[in-house]
Ligand binder design. Sequence first.
Ligand SMILES: Cc1ncc(COP(=O)(O)O)c(C=O)c1O
Length: 397
Amino acid sequence: MIAQANRQELLLARRMSRLGTETAFEVLSKARALEAKGRSIIHLEIGEPDFSTPENVVEAGVDALRKGWTHYGPSAGLPELRKTIAEYVSRTRGVEVKPEEVVVVPGGKPIMFFAMLALIDDGDEVIYPNPGFPIYESMINYAGGKAVPIQLREERDFAMDVDEMASLISHSTKLIILNSPQNPTGGVLPRADVEKVAEIIGDRNILVLSDEIYNRLQFAGEPFSIMSVPGMQDRTILLDGFSKTYAMTGWRIGYGVMRDDLAAQITRLMTNSNSCTASFTQMAGIEALRGDQSPVERMRAEFERRSAMFAAGLNKIKGFSCRMPKGAFYGFPNITATGWRSKPLADALLEDAGVAALSGTSFGAFGEGYLRFSVANSMENLEKALERIDGWVRQNL
Ligand SMILES: Cc1ncc(COP(=O)(O)O)c(C=O)c1O
């Protein structure tokens, strides 16, 4: 027996040094700590709808709990939900999806994680949007791949330059990540560009991870999936889910649609990690897809209204200029004319003005010069935030 156990050095696996993070959660806890000291903070840092999950979906979840949907289910998802998703994706993307091509997972994020683990070997290259959702870069690196950023530029309204993307393709490229509407910029990839990406890939053995989690929150025009391009269904891993569309972030449910042999491998990763997605959550997911869709349209219209108001408000503030986002629920203003760098400015706005936003660099190196504000907050709070930012700018610039 050891008389006194000393705490030994923690010997982490090397791969842990390659894992990134999502700063939104760190800023949230910093903001909460300031609130605990009595400060008033307006939360514009977290990317989740401020609406409640639609009542019919809540009822379906509660009903499922009462009826005993509280046990393990199949790793790939309940057959009824896989069938419902297959029908939904077939209808919305104009393709024919079979239930065997659907894997239900706890949120959209696990599809990124599992796709990378299943496909990326040491040195394989993955092209991903930057600024972009930080988990892409984190997971590429964690899996041992080489993260190849494609810069999204403000002058193109943050739509990727497809010719530039083509120039980044090499013999080692295994995967290209698309995200439209995009987090954090609110950019949308137009149909012609999506078709051009497919054309560029041509016969090469490259897969596309198409993150379409915001596709029901596009402000103008119809979203267009690369899965809809003839010949691309087999090469696309479509990531979608319920978090943003139905305000279900805390239920943890999302899905991937992909060729059936890859779906079987992602299912093995589910068996090894989560066993399955919570059964009652999946029952609520069936209701979300089959039930009344009017709450989705109401949320979309409200995000559009707030985004327009917030972008216009930012444009009146010295040093800020903001394009009108084309989808999702973020404002991504250029702040270079303030003379400040992104991270110190985000810190100062939180600490001095009580407005929690994220530095553009939380979304990759090409996010320098920008801040991200989530408009998933009331009009009243958004207006108050604009006043506070303006007040801070008047005092400090
Ligand atoms: C672009 C993008 N993809 C995926 C996700 C993950 O969503 P989920 O909460 O369903 O895992 C998010 C969440 O912020 C996102 O912004």
